[in-house]
Every structure is written in structure tokens, then in C-alpha cells.
Design a protein around this ligand. Structure first.
Ligand SMILES: [Zn+2]
Length: 94
């Protein structure tokens, strides 16, 4: 599957420099609004390295959601379980 920059809608290429924000959205480095959204930057790098990453902030949010739904404690839920639950739906895995 291909992913497009949320700003310019052009497909992201492996060598493009991209920004992953706390909400899991990818944009070109040159398309990102650093002036207003600097604090939401999670990772910056080449698309081939950043893709497939999941923002730490969202991992924790989803852990709480899963814990609530399953009546478990948040600490019992691993990062892998969250990713497995979400990967298919959100397209974080190829
Ligand atoms: Zn762009």
C-alpha cells in the first residue's frame, strides 16, 4: 500500500524526509508546519525508517482503551499487542 503526505497529497517515497506526529500522521518534512505544531513531532527521518513506527503517545492511549474494554490493567498490555490490534486497521504494517 502507498501512503500520501496529508498536506500535499503526493505519495511518500522511501527517500523522502518525513515527519511523524503524535497522532500517527505522516507529512513531508517540508510540508510540516513546525511553527505551529512543533510540540506534536514524534519522529523525523527518511520515510523508509519512519514508516511502521507508532507514536508513543498513541500507544499509551490505546493501552488504556484496551485495558478498559478487557477489564485488565494497562501494565499487562504490551506494545506488541496494541500494534497487532491496530496494525491492520490503520495500515501500519505492509
Ligand atoms: Zn507533502
Amino acid at each position: 500500500m502507498s501512503l500520501c503526505c496529508r498536506v500535499c497529497r503526493i505519495e511518500l517515497k522511501d527517500n523522502d524526509c518525513v515527519v511523524l506526529d503524535d497522532f500517527g500522521v505522516l507529512r513531508h518534512h517540508h510540508c510540516y508546519d513546525y511553527e505551529n505544531y512543533q510540540e506534536f513531532v514524534d519522529s523525523v527521518g527518511k520515510f523508509e525508517n519512519v514508516r511502521g513506527k507508532f507514536p508513543r503517545f498513541l500507544l499509551n492511549v490505546y493501552k488504556e482503551v484496551i485495558a478498559m474494554g478487557d477489564n485488565r490493567s494497562k501494565e499487562d498490555i504490551s506494545d506488541e499487542e496494541v500494534l497487532a490490534t491496530l496494525a491492520y486497521t490503520l495500515g501500519y504494517l505492509d
